[in-house]
Design a protein around this ligand. Structure first.
Ligand code: MTE
Length: 324
């Protein structure tokens, strides 16, 4: 049988959003519906720019933060107006033009629960947390599994600092993060076939690697809502779906979590999801990436160019599917 395999961003929007399509596929079997949903990571277009508006941010005085010059980058920064109009945030729709809808998210007041295998479970107010952690700017690459990329000036703090703050027990092996759940503001969460809330996880070694970064701002300001305000992860050596947005809970545990996309389609999206140009996605190549805003394609680099910082994390793990 000959099946034309579309790359992620070529999938027409009707396939990503038409409920009947999902439901018909679900009638074959659960797994088929899940694969359809997972294949919809990519749809495209650049419209409806919107920056974070409305909720006063009591930490706005921290921006622009001093740049940490260690995290320099040889690529040009992606223009903010391109980045802020092209987002994956399925809570607000399974396509890229969610920026207007995302403005419905109230990012203050906001608390983050630190629980699981920690000395003491706590709920922390976001502004208390941000001031306790401090803010710096880092330039990071961002490589989506759909084979597009950006370069972003994020502001925030190392996840390692937050792990220290949470005081995990020595039994902790994984750090699991969850996004808010409120279908009254995030209509995507009414799409019951997705396993809400969005969940992601890292090993404790990955979480305490110097590169793992908690994002609170971008482009010298508090983060726009479509970027995942008020707290989002950036793990730039992994495909972008690991970088979970609008986090409300961080759980320390000895059990490996099953993340959102893995639950939908484990054969295409795994736990590790490290960038590797030599390991294709089952439906498209990962050898190259489309640079957003530049109208060109460049070769993808192993660990998205961060091998020096992270390759050691994966020594002696040959049995694991490290690149899916
Ligand atoms: N986090 C949540 N809560 N919901 C999402 O749909 N999408 C992921 C990730 N984090 C997503 C998420 C995917 S697939 C990618 S590529 C990045 O966010 C996109 O981040 P960006 O919109 O800032 O480029």
């Amino acid at each position: 049988m000959l099946i034309k395999r579309l790359r992620g961003w070529e999938i027409p929007e009707r396939m990503a959003t038409d409920e009947k399509v999902f439901l018909n596929r679900r009638s074959f079997m659960m797994g088929a519906g899940a694969i359809a949903a997972a294949s919809a990571i990519g749809t495209g277009g650049l419209v409806n720019a919107a920056r974070a508006e409305g909720d006063a941010d009591p930490t706005a005085d921290l921006y622009p933060a001093d740049r940490n010059e260690f995290y320099k980058i040889e690529r040009a920064l992606t223009p903010e107006n391109i980045n802020s109009r092209y987002n994956n945030f399925y809570e607000f729709g399974s396509h890229k033009e969610i920026s207007d809808r995302a403005q419905a998210l109230q990012t203050r007041p906001w608390t983050v629960t630190l629980d699981g295998e920690v000395e003491e479970e706590r709920e922390v107010d976001i502004d208390t947390l941000i001031r306790a952690m401090g803010v710096e700017e880092r330039l990071y690459r961002h490589r989506c599994v759909e084979a597009w990329s950006m370069t972003i000036p994020w502001s925030g703090f190392p996840l390692a600092r937050l792990v220290d703050y949470a005081r995990p027990l020595s039994s902790t092996k994984y750090v699991v993060m969850q996004t808010f759940q409120d279908s009254s503001v995030a209509s995507g969460q009414r799409q019951f076939w997705y396993p809400w809330p969005y969940t992601e996880g890292l090993t404790i070694e990955e979480a305490t690697n110097e590169l793992a970064f908690m994002v609170t701002g971008a482009y010298g300001q508090p983060a726009a809502k479509q970027f995942g305000a008020p707290l989002r992860l950036a793990v730039p050596w992994k495909y972008g779906f690991k970088s979970i947005k609008s986090i409300v809970r961080i759980t320390f545990t000895s059990e490996r979590p099953i993340s959102f996309w893995e639950q939908l389609n484990a054969s295409e999206y795994g736990f590790w999801a490290n960038v590797n140009p030599e390991v294709p996605h089952p439906r498209w190549s990962q050898a190259n990436e489309r640079v957003l805003g530049e109208n060109r394609t460049i070769p993808t680099v192993i660990y998205n160019g961060y091998g020096e910082q992270v390759a050691d994390l994966y020594k002696n793990m040959e049995g694991e599917r490290l690149y899916a």
